[in-house]
Design a protein around this ligand. Structure first.
Ligand SMILES: [Zn+2]
Ligand SMILES: [Zn+2]
Length: 507
């Protein structure tokens, strides 16, 4: 059974029939939404799909944490943002100046990312929930039970299990200073009903805040299970770091039962998406690729497939250039021949549909054909049909396909870019000593059937008979045809371009 189905069935088991099955997911709006984040949302989306398939009513929630305090002055911020460190993101001005706040800017990016991935979760903003008072009763309940909560934290998350925590007892709540908005340099002095007396170190002053009107947020370890309770979350994917022993899922599970009287959601911990060149994707390191950019070059189906076919627990190795080729190849093989990923292919097909041209033609082949056709769909199909393998091909290539390929080549497909040499344009790096061999080759090429394997063999034989290295002759051919030393298979390239064009370029 597919992992999404296992999670969905477990969630359904604990949901009363007819009730919605709430699938949670979330993100901090602290920076750009990168490819690593797409795993959170697509994992949730796949579970939502499985819930529906199993007769349930999914409610797919994306919780946008805009109450998260700014951690530091990130590289994309100007030094004056130092003033905002420790303040909730929804209070901070948009560093790009185009939205009402910092949080709004990255919320828009998140929504664009959802659109690119073709998902439409219900987005809930943390600040709206807290400030409207909807979370207030649960927040008060947490603060009233703070002694018990602290004891649990001591046991679960202390410095080693059971060891007493060094830090003094926490109020579990970060009050927001009504004047400077700091969440991190404030402390609670006293609580009386819903009213907190707080002191702000920045302002050097005491304030009163009313929990019924928000006034701050719970610390992460309580914020998370409190949301489960409020929203009735039945299943939730989250980064595997939260599932470590003593981590926030473990403590959250206990709070869920003892403080809020609910069951923690079915956990679906997932692994990171790692660059093959090293390192996980992080917004702050600048190494990340944004979802919106990737989705211009990677058909969304491929991103879904990359995530759907793997168990959530495993790490996904990612290279923007080769991953698309590998995933597209595997999807094509699976669709043709079945195999262990068959179920995932069926799911992706039914959720997002699979671009037909991706199944009909190998993607690397398509990228070359697209370039040779100068990105004209009809011409591309004509070129495809010149190869024996696709003579009967009837799946058309669309303008949309061409746009993906063009972007992929531009952003990531460095080693797959080719440019035809114009006849008459000087051949850069041409070797005079190979000129006689090239001349013989031209006449040999005139006498064979114009077919990739025969062309390939002819080049080899000509080199051998002339006593030159085959590799040298191949490089010379690439220089003449595509102005570089290497390229796609010569036989295929020549067959595709046609005999007269090749003879013209070699002359
Ligand atoms: Zn903006
Ligand atoms: Zn203040």
């Amino acid at each position: 059974m597919h992992w999404s189905e296992v999670a969905a069935q477990r969630a359904l088991e604990r949901t009363r029939s007819g009730e919605e099955v709430v699938i949670g997911s979330g993100i901090s709006l602290s920076g750009p939404v990168h490819v690593g984040h797409s795993r959170e949302f697509l994992t949730a989306a796949l579970i939502a799909h499985a819930v529906k398939k199993n007769g349930g009513r999914p409610r797919f929630i994306a919780f946008a944490d805009d109450m998260d305090p700014l951690r530091k002055v990130y590289p994309f911020l100007t030094p004056d943002y130092n003033r905002w460190v420790g303040c909730p993101l929804y209070r901070i001005p948009d560093p790009y100046g185009c939205h009402t706040s910092y949080a709004d800017h990255f919320l828009q990016e998140l929504l664009d990312g959802f659109q690119a991935l073709k998902i439409s979760p219900e987005v809930i903003r943390s600040s709206e929930m807290y400030n409207s008072g909807r979370f207030s009763d649960l927040v008060e309940k947490t603060l009233v039970a703070r002694e018990e909560v602290n004891e649990i934290l001591d046991q679960v998350a202390g410095g080693g299990r059971g060891a007493p925590r060094k830090a003094k007892k926490s109020w579990l709540f970060q009050p927001e200073c009504p004047r400077c908005f700091s969440l991190q340099r404030t402390r609670i002095i006293a609580m009386s009903g819903s009213v907190l007396s707080i002191y702000c170190d920045v302002c050097g002053e005491e304030f009163e805040i009313n929990l019924q009107a928000g006034g701050g947020k719970l610390v992460w370890r309580c914020d998370w299970p409190m949301r489960w309770a409020y929203l009735g979350v039945a299943v939730e994917p989250f980064g595997h770091d939260h599932s470590a022993a003593g981590g926030s899922y473990e403590s959250g599970q206990i709070f869920a039962e003892r403080i809020y009287g609910i069951r923690a959601p079915v956990p679906v911990p997932y692994g990171w998406i790692h660059f093959k060149s090293g390192g996980a994707m992080h917004s702050s390191s600048g190494k990340a690729i944004s979802v919106t950019q990737l989705a211009t070059a990677y058909p969304p189906k491929i991103i879904w497939w990359m995530i759907a076919r793997r168990d959530p627990a495993v790490t996904i190795p990612f290279d923007p250039e080769t991953t698309l080729l590998e995933e597209a190849r595997l999807l094509r093989d699976t669709t043709e021949r079945g195999g262990s990923y068959r179920e995932s292919a069926v799911i992706v097909e039914s959720v997002v549909g699979i671009r037909q041209s991706l199944l009909a033609y190998p993607f690397d082949h398509l990228t070359l054909v697209a370039q040779l056709s100068q990105f004209q769909p009809d011409f591309a199909l004509e070129i495809l049909r010149r190869s024996r393998a696709y003579q009967e091909a009837n799946v058309s290539v669309t303008q949309n396909d061409m746009e993906y390929i063009r972007k992929w080549l531009e952003f990531y497909g460095e080693h797959y870019r080719i440019r035809m040499r114009e006849p008459g344009e000087p051949v850069a790096g041409a070797r005079a000593d190979l000129r006689p061999t090239l001349y013989i080759l031209q006449s040999n090429l005139q006498e064979i059937d114009w077919e990739a394997q025969l062309i390939h063999n002819t080049v080899h034989e000509t080199a051998k008979n002339a006593g030159v290295k085959a590799g040298d002759l191949f490089a010379e051919l690439y220089r003449h045809v595509i102005s570089q030393d290497r390229g796609p298979k010569i036989g295929w390239l020549f067959e595709t371009l046609g005999r007269s064009k090749i003879l013209q370029l070699l002359a």
